[in-house]
Design a protein around this ligand. Structure first.
Ligand code: HEC
Length: 456
């Protein structure tokens, strides 16, 4: 294990989720936008429509700015935030997928070269050549999605990888194809949204009308087909994921938010197809981008919740503790080891005078154990997000002995929480700390003797 990184009140998971949601909009646009640019540019040349060609030039410039500034900064942001919050997960992923990422970066470079060439050769090279450059970009961008989806889907459903540890067994996992098709449709829908926003800045007339209708068609097709693939995706998720979506109110709410917003977006695109050009006006279209953003946030939260309590299902828990033996790689479950030998003794970063629990340090050691086990999903502050003290208050436990007993069963009783990784003394020290942070807890605090010797 590495030292812990804690984000008070907000929680590290929320930080990653926020950055990831900001990332999805530009990155799906970056992958889908040029299929649309290619389609419209062909039409522009065929009709010799200079207004349409000017529109595409702007469209490409805005993608260049929006995606290659916001998209890259947030992409790096995800790496940065995940590396400090879950270094072991990133390490695990790199050990398995370093060549996947290397391949991905080759395609990123092709994208970057292609988009700059496309923009700066606009009107300067033969139309056919120019459109080919656009196509090179479109393919390279989509292939980068083909690659990253394998890694993302692996983190949901690693499939046969758990038995073989093989690259392609994890890559082509049970949710790979539904997720790839779903994301491909989303990229078309997001491109439709972007095309509509850009069309809002055109002067009224036939060309604007044509662009708005095309944006509506792409958007609607993306939403409808995307919904079908999402259903397929949903049914490929393991039973625990379905249980979580049904039992955790927040996850269930996010699921509903994403469904409702999907429907709202579909209606919006349908209205565009029927020639409601005023709906592309920035006053309407820009708030619609915000709505779409919230919908994406909802969908991503659902994805995150579905893999609880794991970071890599079947292998590593969200708190980075290795949950089960991984035979082909000779890796042993840490939960079992920490429950037997103790967490504090087994981890290098633990301060030397906290390694053996005694009368003086048990609350501090308990804090460390609580954070190591729980802080990835719960905050320690009473007013924090998914606040641990509040949740303990909610289940009505006040005495440390009851909480210690509760911690013993937590992994079995909840489909979405890991088992407590620590030995008996550590579990009691953690319980002593946890009851001490519950606001207005009137129960008698536990005695050091109970923590050290227990009588459960
Ligand atoms: C993988 C993420 C995750 C980890 C790690 C985790 N929890 Fe939870 N926990 C959840 C979720 C999700 C909920 C449901 C929250 C809700 O209902 O709002 C929850 C709910 C709870 C509840 C309320 C249960 C109930 O029946 O209402 C308690 C108490 C709790 N957690 C304690 C802990 C403790 C103690 C730890 C560390 C030993 C821990 N959790 C670790 C995800 C986690």
């Amino acid at each position: 294990m590495y030292p812990l990184f804690e984000f008070p009140t907000i929680g590290g998971g929320m930080i990653i989720a926020l950055i990831a949601t900001f990332h999805i909009l530009p990155c799906h646009l970056a992958t889908g936008g040029f299929w649309m640019a290619y389609f419209l540019e062909r039409r522009g040349h065929a009709d010799k429509n200079q207004e349409l060609l000017d529109y595409i030039k702007h469209f490409a410039l805005m993608i260049l700015i929006f995606c290659f500034v916001l998209g890259s900064i947030t992409g790096v942001g995800i790496w940065f935030a995940s590396t400090i919050i879950s270094p072991r997960a990133i390490s695990g992923l790199i050990h398995t997928y370093v060549w996947g990422w290397a391949t991905e970066w080759v395609f990123f470079i092709i994208e970057i070269v292609a988009i700059y060439t496309y923009y700066y050769t606009f009107g300067k090279v033969a139309p056919k050549t120019h459109m080919r450059i656009g196509l090179i970009y479109a393919w390279a961008a989509w292939i980068s999605m083909v690659i990253i989806t394998g890694i993302l889907a692996f983190m949901m459903t690693p499939g046969k990888w758990l038995e073989t540890g093989g690259f392609f067994d994890g890559f082509f996992n049970p949710t790979y194809w539904p997720q790839l098709f779903y994301r491909t449709m989303m990229m078309l829908a997001i491109s439709g949204m972007f095309a509509a926003v850009m069309a809002g800045f055109m002067k009224d007339g036939k060309t604007q009308n044509y662009v708005v209708k095309t944006a509506g068609r792409w958007g609607l097709a993306g939403m409808v087909l995307g919904a079908l693939f999402a259903v397929w995706y949903y049914f490929k998720l393991p039973a625990t994921a379905h249980e979580i979506l049904a039992s955790i109110p927040y996850a269930a709410m996010m699921f509903k938010v994403s469904l409702v917003i999907g429907a709202v977006m579909a209606i919006y695109f349908a209205l565009l197809i029927f020639g409601q050009t005023p709906l592309a006006h920035p006053v309407v279209a820009i708030p619609m981008v915000f709505v779409l953003f919230v919908g994406i946030g909802g969908g991503e939260s659902v994805r995150e919740f579905s893999r609880r309590p794991y970071l890599m299902p079947g292998y590593m828990y969200s708190n980075q503790i290795i949950a089960h033996d991984f035979e082909v790689k000779g890796i042993k479950s840490e939960v079992a080891r920490f429950q037997k030998d103790g967490f504090l003794q087994s981890n290098y970063f633990v301060p030397a005078d906290w390694r053996n629990i005694n009368e003086k340090n048990y609350l501090k050691a308990g804090m460390l154990l609580t954070k190591a086990n729980c802080v990835i999903c719960h905050t320690m502050e009473a007013d924090g997000r998914s606040s641990l003290p509040r949740l303990i208050e909610r289940i009505g436990i006040t005495a440390a002995a009851d909480l210690a007993a509760y911690l013993k069963t937590i992994g079995d009783d909840y489909p979405y929480m890991p088992a407590f990784a620590g030995n008996d003394v550590e579990r009691r020290a953690a319980a002593a700390y946890m009851v001490s942070i519950v606001p207005n807890n009137e129960a008698e605090p536990p005695t050091p003797a109970w923590v050290l010797n227990g009588d459960e």
